[in-house]
Design a protein around this ligand. Structure first.
Ligand SMILES: Cc1cc2nc3c(=O)[nH]c(=O)nc-3n(C[C@H](O)[C@H](O)[C@H](O)COP(=O)(O)OP(=O)(O)OC[C@H]3O[C@@H](n4cnc5c(N)ncnc54)[C@H](O)[C@@H]3O)c2cc1C
Ligand SMILES: NC(=O)c1ccc[n+]([C@@H]2O[C@H](COP(=O)([O-])OP(=O)(O)OC[C@H]3O[C@@H](n4cnc5c(N)ncnc54)[C@H](O)[C@@H]3O)[C@@H](O)[C@H]2O)c1
Length: 470
């Protein structure tokens, strides 16, 4: 611990997307990086990357389970969970450790503080106004500019918080010492749907507890309803379920008390009910930055917060809690730091046509408006739903679940939204993201290029051809 105030040009709060900021163009300034948790942030350590390693294993298990449909003899004899956990984190942990080691040992102009940090007002040093930052370990840093890249944390509903039962989140569920026999997953969004697939396919008896009438409710209604039906075939889904609380039985079983007087006994409770941005733990009141109504650090389109010299990016401030968005915002703020706060040609966040995918089973991918949003916006719509089973490769697969829904503006022939559920949805949707981003019309997109026959993207091609345009 050092109580002397260290002066730096730039302070970065958070080592997720924040750690990618300093490149060789920043070599001649001094920097501090603050990280209270695992170096490298959510995506690398407890988010996108490890989850997809488990998802891939779950997909392999599903393939074996389904093999008999294709006259392939195979049987799933079991899953070596501890070995799977070891393989995943033997690959991930060294990347985190290596990233931290690199910053500490090889970057002379960067100091890493492994502690929670918060703002403590402003301080003037040699006539220059700086932000005073104080760590829980007692370090004091005064920075001319600050980038807040502090991410988000799991939101835990009050009945669970107050029950004192042991619950898991994405932070620790992937390191369970053994595969649980019974698991309850609270939530019905991205994280709940991905982990339900992982654990159900690897052999756990999964019950998903949704407070609403369907899963993935922020998605287009057709995706939400058809995904809910598909999920009900694979694991137990309790819809419209109020959770009153939970207790731990003497043998360690977690008993969840449901709203209808019923209860559910499980070995592991996983909470996946949204993520709260970490801006509320940064002392932002000391520098006069109020949070938005939904708890985000406010920024303009260039990443500037209301406090001059303080920038923000990623889950702490973005309306999209997605890594590809955090990365784009990071590149934007990086460029803008180099251009300067008052530059007339600052780069901007790209918040139009933000795609997303849920790596569950069946996979889901989405970009643009849902049908309800397009109607609300007043468009004269044309909509086509193309089944996977009705294009060549889907037919070969004898697919019965997958579909691609395209929504377009009848008058202009422009695409408005695309929503896909099924095999490789996250990859098949990419041409639609490109068309929306570059303003390609439906006809041009469908007939102005080849679509490889008989590849699965023909499901998108056929959906486009099925639209009723003026
Ligand atoms: C289970 C899961 C799966 C996901 N899968 C995907 C996916 O497949 N695709 C996708 O696009 N997105 C996915 N996401 C979302 C994605 O992980 C996030 O959008 C992204 O990681 C956000 O990056 P960030 O840099 O904003 O924040 P983070 O990576 O969370 O970094 C913030 C860092 O700041 C640190 N910090 C916070 N406050 C302080 C403080 N006061 N002092 C010091 N340090 C602090 C935190 O410890 C953290 O390490 C997933 C998220 C989860 C939870
Ligand atoms: N593949 C991906 O890109 C991916 C994967 C995981 C997470 N993420 C990101 O992380 C974010 C957080 O994921 P998430 O799944 O936690 O959030 P989410 O917003 O997707 O889903 C939260 C769910 O919790 C439910 N919920 C909220 N409060 C509740 C309560 N008190 N009781 C019962 N249910 C409650 C909501 O109805 C909703 O179904 C996502 O929005 C997404 O942006 C992305």
């Amino acid at each position: 611990m050092s109580t002397a105030m260290r002066l730096v040009d730039l302070a970065i709060i958070g080592s997720g997307s924040g750690n990618s900021l300093p490149d060789e163009r920043f070599d001649d300034i001094t920097m501090a990086i603050f990280e209270e948790g695992i170096y490298g942030g959510t995506c690398l350590n407890v988010g996108c990357i490890p989850t997809k390693m488990f998802v891939y294993a779950a997909d392999v298990a599903d393939t074996v389970e389904e093999a008999g449909r294709y006259q392939v003899r195979a049987s799933l004899d079991g899953v070596d969970w501890p070995d799977l956990v070891r393989r995943v984190f033997d690959r991930i942990d060294p990347i985190s450790a290596g990233g931290k080691h690199y910053r500490i040992e090889d970057c002379d102009n960067i100091t890493v503080y492994s502690s929670h940090v918060r703002f403590d007002g402003r301080v003037e040093v040699d006539g220059v106004e700086r932000y005073r930052l104080v760590t829980d370990a007692g370090d004091v840093v005064a920075a001319r500019e600050v980038v807040i890249a502090a991410g988000a944390r799991p939101e835990i509903p009050q009945p669970i918080r107050e029950s004192n039962v042991r619950y898991y989140t994405n932070d620790d569920v992937m390191r369970l010492p053994e595969l649980p026999a019974r698991m309850a997953i609270m939530g019905s969004g991205y994280i709940a749907s991905e982990f339900a697939h992982v654990f159900a396919s690897l052999g756990t008896d999964v019950t998903m507890i949704a407070r609403g009438p369907a899963l993935l409710r922020k998605m287009d209604a057709e995706i939400s309803s058809r995904f809910t039906r598909a999920a009900q075939q694979k694991w137990t889904v309790r819809l419209n379920e109020g959770m009153l609380g939970a207790t731990t039985l003497p043998d360690g079983t977690i008993r969840l008390n449901c709203g209808d007087g019923d209860h559910l006994d499980v070995d592991v409770l996983l909470v996946a009910t949204g993520r709260t941005p970490n801006g509320d733990r940064l002392g932002l009141d000391t520098i006069g930055v109020p949070l938005t109504d939904d708890g985000r650090v406010p920024t303009d389109a260039h990443g500037r917060t209301p406090a001059r010299g303080v920038w923000a990016l990623g889950d702490v401030s973005s309306p999209y809690q997605l890594k590809h968005v955090a990365n784009q915002e990071q590149r934007t703020v990086q460029e803008n730091l180099l251009k300067g706060w008052d530059s007339p040609d600052l780069d901007s966040f790209m918040h139009q046509w933000v795609p997303a995918a849920v790596f569950t089973h069946p996979q889901v991918a989405t970009v643009g408006l849902t049908e309800a949003e397009a109607i609300e916006a007043g468009y004269d719509l044309t909509v086509k739903v193309q089944e996977y089973g009705d294009v060549a490769y889907g037919w070969a697969m004898e697919d019965t679940e997958g579909f691609c829904k395209v929504i377009a503006d009848r008058a202009t022939g422009r695409l408005l939204g695309v929503h896909i559920m099924g095999e490789q949805a996250a990859s098949i949707i990419q041409p639609a993201i490109q068309a929306l981003s570059f303003g390609l019309g439906v006809r041009e997109m469908a007939r102005g290029q080849y679509w490889i026959h008989p590849a699965l993207p023909e499901v998108l091609e056929n959906a486009l051809l099925g639209l009723d345009l003026d």
